[in-house]
Design a protein around this ligand. Structure first.
Ligand code: DGT
Ligand code: CA
Length: 572
């Protein structure tokens, strides 16, 4: 495992938490927390820190703990604590109002070690009697315990993706599988999925089925037959996974069928019917002769119906098949020339400017913007004017080192709750690129939210509004934006709107992105990466934008660096 700063910070915070639950000395606990803070505040990335004791709050002991962790990938200090503390206690952390201190009380005074025991103690009134716990707290805990048992109808794509990646790692190891693919809503990049679907081509169904049900985390087997294996996989939520097994020759048609959407399948079947053919799950049948034909790829399947290939994510919205009789040009990942929203160790990112730039080069970008948080966002170690000016020197140094990439000095500036911006116009004019964003007071009225967004839109230095609705899929809806108004104003002020490519956000949604494009607003597809791994969200962002039929020219980060610069300087 390649470690970054966030891993060290998490280690120290975990140690503090376990100590707290154990009821250890408050001084020791706070020492670990201060050490974590010290590292968070430090602007250097992990490889750049050669002596941790040079950071305020870190002594020799902590330094040794960190060193051992970096060298071995494990920490015996933490391991020892994990042995001492009942595992179930940690699960109490996701209940409202419960942190280390209160959990310690429940453990030490009521011997509670898991959710089940907590529920009983809440119901029989013993929790309420503890100092520091009130009636309201107990009510909140009980409500949350109640809610947690329920699995939402659909789970966010962002939670399904890591599961899918793990499943695919396992599928790779099964020799009897000739070919496999995601299908269903997961393949279509829907925001949420009901279950996960796979199509598998194999000549050895029995063996494959036997191996599938042995996969790690399989909690229960729903069905195990010759054509279909259905299992429930345990995770944050339990998710059903369907594997359909077919012969190689059927693979393309079956994949098409189970990719959907239902509406797309209906349109395809109508087209087939007009030609005297019938599409079934395994092939295409001639209605007169009864002959069934197969295809080696989905492209051939579409070709048979005189259509060009339709990407899965467009099978939801592009239902007018005739359009695909001609070649349709749509957004491709290769068209993206850069990423205009990312964070580094200067604020709450895990990697240095240099590491982010190297990753961007590796991905073939010709430009990027470093856009750390601004001073208002203290929890994210936001930068004030002085630090941003110093960061510019850091960025310029890296920029000069590489002649194959341009690195813009940007900022993700907060729009404050009172409707003002975090920086003066004078200061903003120093920046190459300014993103404005709301990260606070989400519950304000529509009027207040719109006043804040309008201030940002009207400011001549603001180039992009980040994640315009603030939604987190499956967690919160976002603030009260009047989208039509926001988009019309963005058109008038020539401000770009972001499609945040992080699957937890996908914000703008594809529907609103389409509306924005219609009104002549430019969009930027950005990953908002806080580490190098998150650069990969760009592929998802592009596919998601395709669903909204977003054209290349609409997307400012497909433009040449010169064209982008012209846009960024439009009001100067
Ligand atoms: P989900 O699971 O609700 O997130 O969405 P999907 O699209 O993955 O739905 P799912 O898993 O029920 O079925 C996968 C695909 O299989 C679906 O998109 C189209 C196809 N399919 C399933 N059942 C039917 C059906 O009754 N009629 C048609 N035309 N297609 C179906
Ligand atoms: Ca599905």
């Amino acid at each position: 495992m390649k470690m970054n700063k966030k891993d060290i910070i998490k280690l120290l915070e975990d140690i503090a938490l376990y100590l707290e639950i154990k009821g250890e000395n408050a001084f020791r606990i706070s020492a670990y927390r201060k050490a974590a803070q010290g590292i968070e505040r430090d602007e250097r990335s992990l490889p750049e820190i050669d002596d941790f004791t040079s950071i305020k709050g870190i002594g020799k002991g902590t330094n040794d703990t960190i060193r051992a962790f970096i060298e071995t990938g494990a920490s015996h200090v933490l391991n020892q604590l994990q042995e001492d503390v009942p595992e179930g206690l940690l699960t109490l952390l996701d209940l409202p109002g419960l942190g280390g201190k209160r959990i310690a009380k429940l453990y030490q005074e009521l011997s509670i070690t898991n959710k089940h025991e907590l529920k009983r103690a809440c119901e029989n009134g013993s929790v309420e009697k503890l100092a520091g716990f009130g009636k309201k707290t107990v009510e909140n805990i009980l409500t949350a315990l109640e809610e947690q048992g329920k699995r939402p109808e659909r789970i966010p794509l962002a939670l399904a993706l890591p599961l899918a990646e793990k499943i695919e790692e396992y599928l790779q190891t099964i020799d009897e599988i000739d070919e496999y693919s995601r299908a269903g809503s997961l393949r279509r990049v829907r925001e949420t999925v009901k279950d996960i679907d796979y199509i598998i081509a194999t000549k050895h169904r029995k063996q494959v089925a036997a191996k599938l049900v042995e996969m790690e985390d399989v909690k229960s087997i729903i069905a195990k037959g010759e054509t279909k294996v259905s299992v429930t996989v345990a995770g944050k939520y339990d998710v059903n996974v369907d594997f359909r097994m077919v012969d190689e020759k059927e693979f393309a048609t079956t994949l098409h069928h189970f990719t959907g959407s239902k509406e797309h399948n209906i349109a395809m079947r109508q087209r087939a019917k007009m030609r005297g053919e019938k599409i079934n799950e395994y092939g295409v049948e001639n209605e007169t002769t009864g002959e069934c034909i197969h295809f080696s790829t989905e492209k051939d399947f579409y070709g048979h119906f005189d259509l060009h290939y339709i990407p899965p994510e467009m099978r939801e919205t592009a239902l007018d098949l005739e359009e695909f009789e001609e070649e349709v040009s749509y957004l491709q990942r290769e068209m993206i020339k850069g990423d205009l929203h990312m964070h580094t160790t200067w604020s709450d990112g895990a990697q240095s400017v240099e590491e982010m730039v190297q990753e961007a080069r590796r991905r073939g970008y010709t430009y990027i913007a470093i856009t750390d948080h601004s001073k208002f966002l203290q929890v994210a170690n936001g930068l004030n004017e002085t630090r941003l000016r110093r960061q510019r020197e850091d960025i310029q140094k890296v920029n000069e080192k590489y002649d194959d990439i341009e690195v813009l000095c940007g900022v993700e500036m907060d729009i404050l709750p009172d409707g003002t911006l975090d920086f003066s116009d004078e200061f903003l004019s120093e920046m190459d690129l300014v993103i404005a964003a709301i990260h606070s007071s989400f519950n304000q009225s529509e009027d207040d939210i719109m006043k804040r967004l309008n201030t940002a839109l009207e400011n001549p230095h603001v180039d992009i509004i980040a994640h315009p609705t603030g939604r987190i899929i499956g967690r919160r809806d976002g603030y009260a934006v009047v989208m039509e108004e926001l988009i019309e104003k963005a058109a008038k002020t020539n401000t770009a709107l972001e499609i945040n490519a992080n699957p937890l956000r996908f914000d703008l949604s594809s529907k609103w992105a389409a509306y924005a494009q219609e009104k002549g607003v430019h969009v930027a597809i950005n990953t908002d990466a806080h580490n190098i791994e998150s650069f990969r969200y760009m592929d998802l962002g592009v596919r998601y934008a395709r669903r909204g039929r977003i054209n290349k020219d609409t997307v400012i980060n497909t433009w040449s660096f010169d064209q982008l610069q012209q846009f960024l300087r439009r009001n100067r």
